[in-house]
Ligand binder design. Sequence first.
Ligand code: PMP
Length: 403
Amino acid sequence: MDHSSLPDRASFPLLAANPDLVWLDNAATTQKPGVVLDAERRFYEESNANVHRGGHRLGYAATEAYEAARNTVARFINASAQEIVFTRGATEAINLVAYSWGGSQLKAGDEIILSTLEHHANIVPWQLIAQRTGAVIRPIPLQEDGQIDMTAFASLLGPRTRMVAISQMSNALGVCPPLEQIIEAARSVGARVLVDGAQGIAHQAVDVAALGADFYVFSGHKVFGPTGIGVLWGRAELLADMPPWQGGGEMIERVSFAGTTFAPAPRRFEAGTPAFAQTVALAAALEWLSAQDRPAIARHEAALYQQLAEGIRYLDGVRIVGNAPDKGPIASLVFGRAHPYDVAQFLDERDIAVRVGNHCAGPLMQSLGLSQGTLRVSLALYNTSADIERLLAALQDTLELLQ
Ligand code: PMP
């Protein structure tokens, strides 16, 4: 395999400082390239000032950098900057849509369709708004291979369907729902679609104009950017009609005790001091990723996944959950007799970091009957076939001891 065109561990200070570490918990968070850390540090050292508050040149420069970052994010997903709202992460972005769009649009008896694959971040905000409005949540069941059941989805769609909220890639299984078909079907009954891109964004190019959804969300820290910053993209005409969800500085036009008028989107949804340094660093991450050969990265990740899947076949009693085709580079493993937590502990002693548990996907684990959860291996562009070899060898040793 030719890795020469791909960024290697040396570009990532944490990986460079820990040469023996095999980081396979990328779905939880990615490691950061030096250029992203440098961008955040440089902002604090050279440009630090609050944004959108006039009075000095440093403040104007910081505002310019913040708004330039909005443009970078917009370019990255082929949107217009006015449609980009900065949030704390994917979770906050979904809460914003559920509270503001859902709170103003949903009536008793309206239906929200979610898939059984969803992360709690794309379930609980909808449950909260359903409780307030009397709307009803309809989950789409899964097929045996972990893919969502499209026949069941078709039968759930109807005149009461107002929202279909679905992930681009399951954080627990790596399964990618057929978004195009789902969006087309949802639109044919007049429903809105929110796509949770928290996992997809690091692995697939995203073009929201072509996608045809109404909202798209992601978190900076899962796409080589910093924590505390995320993105909501919403269609301009929808954002224009959505009421504010938090009040405070900068989201207003004019405030008086007689009443307040609100700024247009996206500022209407960004109350208070935003995470401006992290926003600038997120833009650096997206620029860095855009400059990489993304098709080569996708091929590299798919080849690593294949190597993992083949290696697992030779390990007694180990199974990958969900073998739907076109999966992202995420594998959830279960073991004959060993508990996933015990296996992860052994791997950790060998400097191999994976995640265990229900991966914030309780309904998915319940539907699969996996009360112990799974051990999740999630890949990123800096993983190598040597990482997979180390994992497979360590799994073999571990299972000999435990089973
Ligand atoms: N959706 C999915 C599919 C995720 O994997 C995650 C993070 N694990 C989230 C939403 C929430 O992201 P965050 O915690 O960064 O807000």
